[in-house]
Write a protein that binds this ligand. Structure first.
Ligand SMILES: C[S@@+](CC[C@H](N)C(=O)[O-])C[C@H]1O[C@@H](n2cnc3c(N)ncnc32)[C@H](O)[C@@H]1O
Length: 381
């Protein structure tokens, strides 16, 4: 059984010592149990799965120091979220992860201290690495406090010395003095290259910027979008809402075969990214609205909308949002989520007005307990 050298210390992939076919069975059983628990009568489609290793396109690593005060950079230890271990490889992310982290630790070890999240002293906070899976591009983002200076030229020269399969396209320096132990883009400086890397899903190109949400398993998400496209069976006449649209991905997949798509997203920079993606793919029958979905629905007439696509954050939909949707229920809803608990809670609430045609699981997160699910809902006549 293949496991990475950090298993089981790492808090990331808890299922690594379980053979992959067994992981898939476990995930399917969990969904079956939830269907029973929520007393839903629904078809469960077989679980979709993809590449088992090296599937993630983004990771955030944390700087810290070990007991000998040596600089380390890695991930949180399992069940000890205050402690970081030094990462040498990551089999769900990239074969190049170890090489990049080694070089960065080497570069900073004598010159800059890690940030201490308890006394808020120190410089080095996080390292973001994004790599595209279809175009072989790499983006690196160094996150620091502003307590020190960065020798930008020397840092870039060090990065240029990397010998990698992927092509380095973009390097950012992100400054963050907030107390919260999270990557916050208080200030960002594009040190070198393009401000984005480009991923290809189906026949569409997507620009990925340092600070925007992009689904972490491109091969999986491409498959989910293509399935939504197929199940929607569009005729060119449909008007579609893509709620929580992010950088516009599902909406753009559907727009080519629909009359018009409206995407709704709360973050301005993500809406800007979605607009860039629409232009890049020459799709003009889509518009993006920067708004809270709740406010948008409260002010919108949805009586002439044919399909609503919903892909909310993990918390799912609030009661208010569900009430808004159920006031004039659209004929068809596609609902996808990476949190089975909120997914089932929401489906149950919709089931008073909708037949849930099927639930289809997608294993976007092999070796972890996480799972994406899609449901197709058709309004009772
Ligand atoms: C799970 S992501 C889905 C993104 C997109 N559907 C995709 O497939 O890439 C959820 C998105 O909803 C946005 N979001 C979170 N809360 C929101 C709200 N109340 N109203 C509108 N958008 C919101 C987030 O910024 C994020 O881009």
């Amino acid at each position: 059984m293949k496991t990475c050298k950090h298993f089981p210390l790492c808090g990331g992939c808890r299922y690594q010592d379980i053979p992959y076919p067994e992981q898939l069975r476990m995930k399917e059983s969990r969904i079956k149990e939830m269907i029973d628990l929520f007393e839903l009568s629904v078809e469960l489609k077989p679980i979709n799965h993809y590449q088992e290793w090296f599937y993630r396109n983004k990771m955030e690593f944390t700087f810290s120091s070990d007991e000998k005060n040596v600089l380390i950079c890695g991930l949180h230890k399992k069940d000890k979220t205050r402690e970081i271990f030094n990462l040498e490889e990551c089999l769900i992310f990239s074969p190049q992860a170890g090489t990049i982290l080694n070089l960065i630790r080497e570069f900073f070890k004598e010159s800059h201290p890690p940030y201490n999240k308890f006394n808020h002293q120190g410089f080095l906070r996080h390292l973001i690495i994004r790599e595209t899976k279809t175009t072989g591009q790499l983006m690196i983002g160094l996150v620091t406090s502003t307590s020190d200076k960065l020798d930008k030229k020397a840092f870039l020269e060090k990065l240029f010395s990397l010998k990698l399969d992927h092509k380095l396209k973009s390097v950012y320096w992100i400054m963050n003095n907030r107390l919260a132990d999270a990557v916050i883009f208080e200030n960002k400086d594009l040190l070198w290259g393009d401000p984005f890397i480009t991923e290809k899903l189906g026949n569409l190109n997507f620009r990925i910027f340092i600070d925007c949400f992009f689904q972490t398993n491109p091969r999986g998400i491409e498959n989910l979008y293509q399935k939504v496209q197929k199940y929607a069976g569009l005729s060119g006449k449909e008007k579609i809402f893509d709620l929580y649209c992010g950088v516009g991905s599902i909406g753009l997949f559907l727009a080519r075969e629909a009359r018009f798509v409206w995407g709704v997203e709360i973050k301005k920079e993500v809406v800007d990214n979605a607009l860039v993606n629409a232009q890049l793919n020459n799709i003009d029958n889509i518009s993006f609205i920067c708004s809270d979905v709740r406010k948008f629905l409260a002010q919108s007439d949805i009586s002439n909308i044919d399909i609503v696509v919903i892909n909310p954050p993990r918390s799912g939909l609030s009661k208010k949002i569900k009430r808004c949707l159920l006031r004039t229920p659209p004929p068809v809803i596609f609902y996808s989520s990476c949190n089975p608990q909120s997914f089932f809670t929401d489906l149950k609430d919709f089931s008073s007005h909708y037949k849930i045609e099927f639930i289809e699981p997608f294993d976007f997160f092999p070796h972890t307990p996480h799972l994406e699910c899609l449901a197709l809902l058709k309004r009772f006549q």
